[in-house]
Design a protein around this ligand. Structure first.
Ligand code: FE
Length: 251
């Protein structure tokens, strides 16, 4: 099963699955797997069109390791739609913002597994993966009102969900940051809800030692492009501040 290893050292691995294109009009989406000391976390596993492929790739990549967590950065269908299948076929526990635990079941959640969908409080939390804490970092309104990122202190990868997404069909490392901006700009201006939220997020994550920023759509940022991306976010105007002028009743 083809995949990209973003980091590997000792018993710790960070895997990006190769594009399981959902096809048709469905937006390209990345699935990430973190494995530490025999325990695994799948991030934003996706919907029904990729479910069987991502599940098979996950089990194959886990080897003898056990899937412990299903992390859901927010409530969108390309993230949570297949949550029931993941809970039915594994013993893992799923985590999503406390704002969304009563909405995800509308995609269908069997009574046998509904107790394994747990809330993340607004302030975030730590999750112990095989003896290593992963940080669940608040990123509310970027774009969802209940939204989280994952920081892995071993690989120094920050998984940012829709933040940093690009829609040029590629999911490799960004080579030229300036050339990459057009693939991100329109998406961020419209989907990211608030300039103020974006600035607050930049301030909070500047305190982390980050080697890779890995979004859920498109390409990822490494090396000097990590800082370039944070600086770009710090200067971007987005969301409601741009939209106010178009709140008009259609005539
Ligand atoms: Fe989304």
């Amino acid at each position: 099963m083809p995949h990209t290893t973003l980091f590997e050292s000792g018993g710790h691995r960070n895997i990006l699955f190769d594009d399981f294109a959902a096809g048709g009009h469905a937006v390209q989406a990345n699935q990430h797997l973190i494995v530490h000391n025999g325990a695994g976390m799948i991030l934003d596993p996706g919907g029904h069109k990729v479910y069987s492929k991502v599940l098979a790739a996950t089990f194959q990549t886990l080897g003898g390791a056990k899937l412990k967590y299903i992390f859901l950065s927010h409530q969108d269908p390309d993230i949570v739609a297949a949550t029931n299948g993941w809970l039915m076929t594994t013993d893992a526990t799923a985590y999503v913002s406390a704002l969304w635990t009563r909405f995800v079941p509308h995609f269908g959640l069997d009574s046998l597994v509904e107790k394994r969908l747990l809330p993340i409080p607004d302030e975030g939390m730590k999750l112990d993966l095989g003896g290593q804490d992963l940080l669940i970092v608040p990123a509310h309104y970027l774009h969802s009102s209940g939204n989280f990122h994952v920081y892995d202190p071993i690989s120094k990868i920050l998984y940012t969900g829709d933040l940093g997404a690009s829609i040029n069909g590629k999911n490799t490392e960004v080579a030229d940051f300036d050339a990459h901006i057009p693939a991100m700009e329109g998406f961020h201006k419209r989907y990211m809800a608030s300039t103020r939220a974006l600035r607050a997020w930049v301030r909070s994550v500047r305190g982390l030692d980050i080697s890779i920023i890995a979004p859920q759509h498109g390409q990822y940022f490494t090396g000097a492009n990590v800082k370039r991306f944070l600086d770009w976010c710090d200067s971007l105007e987005c969301g409601i501040e741009l939209l106010e002028p178009i709140y008009k009743i259609p005539s």
